[in-house]
Design a protein around this ligand. Structure first.
Ligand code: HEC
Length: 275
């Protein structure tokens, strides 16, 4: 059923893509060919993030992996993909990173596109032809090279801000997340990550005990310091949870240039009772 819904989406996206082709060249790849929505990759792909985004993540993966319904909270559109992949733990297999720089064999995303044995769920792209071997090789090579980001001129010009989080604000999740992810536009100053700048509270639960502070471990992802990992010390019971990042005052969360978020930033998500 999940997949049926994704297919409808894909059809809609195709339609809007076709409309966009008319005058401005949008919807065309770097060779001027219409971006293929099929499982085969389009155009020559090189082992750099921009090429992989343009040839794979945007045209093939982000049909499903986008917005609030992105499977496993993994958004693969250009605005979100890098930090949700590199250094970020898999939801299906929390002991593995989706992309572990330098180590494609231990990168869960690589395993998923290869259909390696031991993965949970299906080979990606789900229900479509597997990626071409040359495409998989380019992605593996990019990981082997340390999974560098695209030239980050645009990112440097952006203010320090929260980019996205998983679970998303207002999301309802069926299983308690092993970790909560928050990604930022810039690398975060690790010395400012502590239990006063990052807090998790249960704001509503079954036994209504009012707002309750949760014990957590907050740390930056070792391979990507634009990714904050919040690990509850014990599994989260069903209820509504609020994450707050302290954005102002002494010792507030900041990037490496001491720019802060300016104001506290909060988001809430609900862990559903087991059915
Ligand atoms: C037709 C929809 C669809 C497409 C297209 C798709 N995915 Fe997925 N993806 C899913 C679903 C649903 C899941 C969760 C169930 C599963 O793993 O089978 C998933 C899970 C994943 C996971 C596991 C995430 C985690 O945290 O454990 C990764 C990695 C992934 N996809 C990568 C990709 C990549 C890369 C592409 C493009 C090459 C892609 N997917 C294309 C639907 C899709």
């Amino acid at each position: 059923m999940q997949i049926e819904r994704h297919r409808t989406w894909a059809a809609l996206l195709l339609l809007s893509g076709a409309a966009g082709c008319a005058g401005n060249g949008k919807g065309l790849d770097q060779n001027g060919q219409p971006i293929s929505a099929g499982g085969t990759s389009s155009g020559p792909i090189t082992a750099d993030f921009q090429s992989i985004q343009d040839n794979v993540f945007t045209p093939i993966c982000s049909k499903c992996h986008i917005g609030a319904s992105a499977p496993e909270g993994l958004q693969l559109d250009a605005a979100h993909s890098y930090n949700l992949l590199v250094g970020a733990p898999s939801n299906e297999q929390p002991n593995l990173l989706r992309v572990k720089p330098g180590d494609p064999d231990s990168s869960y995303m690589a395993r998923k596109i290869e259909g390696a044995s031991g993965i949970d769920g299906g080979q990606m792209p789900l229900g479509e032809a597997p990626l071409a071997q040359t495409t998989i090789d380019a992605i593996r090579q990019w990981i082997t090279n340390g999974a560098p980001n695209a030239p980050a001129a645009a990112a440097a010009a952006q203010a320090f801000a929260v980019q996205t989080m998983a679970p998303l604000d207002k999301a309802t999740v069926r299983a308690a997340p092993a970790r909560i992810l928050v990604t930022f536009t810039h690398a975060v100053d690790a010395s400012l990550v502590n239990d006063t700048t990052v807090t998790l509270e249960r704001v509503a639960g079954e036994a209504d005990a009012g707002t309750q502070a949760m014990l957590i471990t907050a740390a930056l992802a070792p391979a990507n310091s634009a990714v904050l990992l919040i690990t509850p010390n014990s599994a989260l019971d069903p209820g509504v949870y609020r994450v707050t990042l302290r954005g102002g005052g002494g010792g507030a969360l900041a990037d490496m240039n001491a720019a802060t978020l300016g104001a506290n930033t909060s988001f809430e998500f609900t862990v559903e009772p087991a059915r």
